[in-house]
Ligand binder design. Sequence first.
Ligand SMILES: [Zn+2]
Ligand SMILES: [Zn+2]
Length: 156
Amino acid sequence: MSIDLETRIRDAGLRVTGQRLAVLRALGEAPHSDADTVHRLVQREFDGFSLQATYVVLGALTEAGLIRRIEPAGSPARYERRIGDNHHHVVCTRCGAVADVDCVHGAAPCLAPSSTGGFAITTAEVTFWGLCPDCQLDPMDYDSTNEHQEHDTERN
Ligand SMILES: [Zn+2]
Ligand SMILES: [Zn+2]
């Protein structure tokens, strides 16, 4: 983290704006956030910053290679600042929590496919699925993720 965020944005060829800085800070604070979460965090600094504007900033930062977009099946796209290391993710099948999994073999792609069909492979995107530590502790509501949320609201 020796290079400051402003320099990173400039080096990526983008203009430095307060919103772009705030989005990067939000993702530093809460990695693997979806656009809604980023929006909420940035709104603390920029009152009236719209969800639409959040998507625009996230899109620009992703395109510039400053953040990485991941899209686990059945979950909204999430964004993170940890880029370029070909790491993977483990996703909780119940609550959707996401954690990083280091690339086991070092360099990308860390998995060697048995047949590439003539493609020159550059990356492998692997998603591991399981129960996060919190969900393992809670034996209730083992059925479905959607119902889990509703039960939570009823209990509170
Ligand atoms: Zn969980
Ligand atoms: Zn990650």
